[in-house]
Each structure stands twice: as structure tokens, then as C-alpha cells.
Design a protein around this ligand. Structure first.
Ligand code: NAD
Ligand code: UDP
Length: 319
């Protein structure tokens, strides 16, 4: 039985990855310090004899007893309001945390895949973004703590590959959504879902002409799974190229939720990228992967999840 360590396991993507690797017959160790995650995302696994959970901050020395075949490093705050609230921990988990996990991979002879992001392209001047684009990041802007941590993460991962011959993989994840996103994490989908369900107007930042391209979580997990098992070392974009403006997206959500909320406008956060769309030619060619779930279907499943939240959960304010 192959053994895999998944960091960030109690988060949105990490918990779905735990499910997938258990389904594929792996022994899974989930690790998380719960800074933005929630054990509720894993509670259905606690009785599974092939799953173990370690409560640990990966920015400090990481110890795992015994053999390890694979590591997925997904621990990191991921939403702009999270990483603005905890900027130093964000920098540490991308740098020190990644260093610890690369060291662990080397000690165990394990293959490691790290979760990078479309944010390495910053506010991109090339559209759509190919893996060859170097990006346009403001190192000292508010988002710099996340973007630069992830850029460093890619650099140190390639250094371990080139210098130590470590088996490494890098996925550049574009906006991904689905059940288990945290209602109050500030990202646009939970924000709009919560507002629609509470009967509030939907908050558009800026004039809403900025674009994003949203990928359903099952497609993302399939791409990551294929990349881990592939022979390809350089970064690969995984995301859905179907691009939409935030304003049009808000209108889609109003239709989907059957509410008659209005749109309300707020200032655009500093360095908020104006456009984002993955070029997924590489993923298509190397992994034979492309997204299968369209936005209408994915958003319907996501809405079904948010609808199960209690009114207490819906009204809980975190920030
Ligand atoms: P999330 O906040 O739901 O999950 C992140 C998890 O990491 C949380 O459970 C958190 O408690 C844990 N964590 C953070 N710092 C830690 C530390 N020092 N030690 C141990 N655990 C720690 O976010 P997510 O959307 O699931 O994102 C997961 C990963 O994917 C992140 O690395 C993120 O940068 C990357 N990513 C996600 C997206 C997306 O659209 N969801 C896009 C690009 C990149
Ligand atoms: N956004 C918005 N209203 C909200 C939350 C976000 O208009 O209540 C916008 C945000 O400014 C950005 C886009 O939606 O342009 C996506 O934001 P998110 O935080 O989900 O992800 P990211 O900016 O990292 O892509």
C-alpha cells in the first residue's frame, strides 16, 4: 500500500485530496495546524483505518515515522483576506514549510508535489497565461506575501530537483471552487453564496469588469492526481479556461440561487488582478487532462453544499 502525506489536509483542497487518495487505495496521513482549515472537512475519515491526522505546523520541523512514498504540500492560507490577516505565517509556510517538506521528501526518498498558484503570474500582462510567462508581481504589495512565498516555493523545489535529484512536481492552480470552501474566507464564491443565502446584496469589488476562470474541485483533483503520477517536472497550469467577469458571475449566482438580490459596489483591493485565464495546452498534452464539469453544474453542486449550512453558521462573522 502506497503511503502519502497531505499537508493542509483540513482545508478545502487538502480534504478532497485525502478522499481521492484513500479511494485510490493509499494510506493517507493528513497534516494541518487548523489556522484556516476545519476538522469538520475530515470528520468523515476519522473511522477509516487507512487515515491518520497529525495536528502540526509545517513551518516547524516535520517528523513522520516510517516509510513515505509521496508528499502533497498544500498547507498555506489561500484567500486574500486570510493571507492579509496572517502575512508572516503565509510567508513562512511557503518558504520554511516548503523547505521542511522537501527535506522530509529527501530523507524518505519520496516524490513531492507542491501547490503553486496562478498568483505567481501576479496581475498578468500576458493573456491567457502560459507556464512560460514570468509574471507581473508587486513584491511589496499586500498580495506579495502570498505571491512571493509561492514563487520562492517553486524556486526551492526546482533547486532540490536539480541539486539533489529529488522527484518533484509543481501544479499552478487557478481559482478552484466547490463544497467545503469556508463560508467566510472572503473568496468570491463563498462571499456571494453567503450573501445570497442571508438575503444581502452581492458585493462587487471595483466595477466588476475583472475576470476569473473557475475550476470545479473534482476536475482540479483529477489534474493534480495525474500530474503527481506523471514524469513531468516543470510547472503545469490546472484550471478551467472558461473566463467570466465578476459582474456577470454575480448575476449568474443571483439566477442560480433564485434570490432577487442587487449588486453593491466596493473599492477594488490593491493589486487585484484584472484578468486571469489559464492556458491549459500543457496539461492537455502531457496529462491528457481537461476540465469536465461546466460552471452551471459545478455551481449547482456548490450551492447545494452552502444550502446545508445552519443559520448560525451562515450568520457567524469571522472577520
Ligand atoms: P484552505 O485555506 O482551505 O486550506 C489550507 C489549509 O492549510 C488549511 O487547512 C490550513 O489550516 C492549513 N495550513 C496553513 N498553514 C499551515 C501550516 N503552517 N501548517 C499546517 N497547516 C497549515 O485553502 P485551499 O483553497 O484548500 O488551498 C490549498 C492550497 O492550494 C494552498 O497551498 C493554496 O495556496 C493552493 N491554491 C488554492 C487555490 C484555490 O483556488 N483553492 C488556487 C491556487 C492555489
Ligand atoms: N470579489 C468581489 N466581491 C467579493 C469578493 C471578491 O468582487 O465579495 C472579487 C475580487 O476583487 C477578485 C475576484 O472577485 O477580483 C476573485 O476574488 P477571490 O478572492 O475569490 O480570488 P483571487 O482574487 O485570488 O482570484
Amino acid at each position: 500500500m502506497k503511503k502519502i502525506l497531505i499537508t493542509g489536509a483540513a482545508g478545502f483542497l487538502g480534504s478532497h485530496l485525502c478522499d481521492r487518495f484513500l479511494k485510490e487505495g493509499y494510506q493517507v496521513i493528513g497534516m494541518d495546524n487548523l489556522i484556516t482549515g476545519d476538522l469538520k472537512n475530515l470528520e468523515h475519515l476519522f473511522k477509516n483505518e487507512h487515515f491518520e491526522f497529525y495536528h502540526h505546523d509545517v513551518s516547524t520541523f516535520v517528523h513522520v515515522p516510517g516509510r513515505l512514498d509521496y508528499i502533497l504540500h498544500f498547507a498555506s492560507p489561500a484567500s486574500p483576506i486570510d493571507y492579509l490577516k496572517i502575512p508572516i505565517q503565509t510567508l513562512k509556510v511557503g518558504s520554511l514549510g516548503t523547505h521542511n517538506l522537501l527535506g522530509l521528501a529527501r530523507a524518505k526518498g519520496a516524490r513531492i508535489l507542491i501547490a503553486s498558484t496562478s498568483e505567481v503570474y501576479g496581475d498578468p500582462l500576458v493573456h491567457p497565461q502560459t507556464e512560460e510567462y514570468y509574471g507581473n508581481v508587486n513584491t511589496i504589495g499586500p498580495r506579495g506575501v502570498y505571491d512571493e512565498a509561492k514563487r520562492f516555493q517553486e524556486s526551492i523545489t526546482m533547486a532540490y530537483h536539480r541539486y539533489h535529484g529529488l522527484e518533484t512536481r509543481i501544479v499552478r492552480i487557478f481559482n478552484t471552487y466547490g463544497p467545503r470552501m469556508r463560508l467566510n474566507d472572503g473568496r468570491v464564491i463563498p462571499a456571494f453564496m453567503g450573501q445570497a443565502l442571508r438575503g444581502e446584496d452581492l458585493t462587487i469589488f471595483g466595477d466588476g469588469s475583472q475576470t476569473r476562470s473557475f475550476c470545479y474541485v473534482d476536475d482540479q483533483v483529477e489534474g493534480i492526481y495525474r500530474l503527481l503520477l506523471s514524469d513531468y517536472v516543470l510547472p503545469v497550469n490546472i484550471g478551467n479556461p472558461n473566463e467570466i467577469t465578476i459582474k456577470d458571475f454575480a448575476e449568474e449566482i443571483i439566477k442560480l440561487t433564485g434570490t432577487d438580490q442587487k449588486l453593491t459596489y466596493r473599492p477594488l483591493p490593491q493589486n487585484d488582478p484584472l484578468q486571469r485565464q489559464p492556458d491549459i495546452s500543457k496539461a492537455r498534452e502531457i496529462l491528457g487532462w481537461e476540465p469536465k464539469v461546466d460552471r452551471a453544474e459545478g455551481m449547482k453542486k456548490t450551492f447545494e453544499y452552502f444550502r446545508t449550512l445552519t443559520s448560525e453558521e451562515l450568520n457567524k462573522k469571522e472577520h
